[in-house]
Design a protein. Sequence first.
Length: 43
Amino acid sequence: MKEIKRGHKDINIAAVDYDPGASEVNQINRIKLLMSVARQNIK
């Protein structure tokens, strides 16, 4: 992710774990946070 961000300063990236030990609530919250930041950046 660091390499991608280095080439694209304005990109918003979030790591979302999809494995049996990852909580679905945690996954959803990370995606919601990513979308919230994206909406703020549009304004």
